[in-house]
Design a protein around this ligand. Structure first.
Ligand code: FES
Length: 98
């Protein structure tokens, strides 16, 4: 069971998190990926790198999400269990620099 937290704070909202949420919902449905709870969160303190998505277990954070990237994250990470390393936040991003 994955719990995924999409930031809907003000900066991520301005960068299109609503479209990302719709794309995540659609990909989960279309690909019939179960065992995923899509939740929203307030600011995750990584505002300069949003939209941000945090996936548990594993505490994997994706930064700079786009609609186009969501489908691959759903396929590879949430369905197949392999994080998409290309889009995982770098250590600098994890420190919460704004
Ligand atoms: S608003 Fe999303 S990390 Fe701050």
């Amino acid at each position: 069971m994955y719990r995924i937290y999409l930031c809907t704070g003000p900066h991520c909202s301005a960068r299109g998190c609503a479209r990302v949420r719709d794309a995540l919902d659609a990909a989960l449905w279309e690909l019939r990926v179960g065992g995923v709870e899509l939740l929203t969160s307030g600011c995750q303190d990584h505002c300069d790198h949003g939209p941000n998505l945090l996936i548990h277990p594993g505490a994997t954070r994706y930064a700079g999400l786009t609609v186009e990237r969501t489908r691959e994250i759903v396929c590879e990470h949430l369905r197949d269990g392999r994080p998409v390393e290309e889009w995982v936040a770098t250590p600098e991003m994890r420190r919460g620099a704004r």
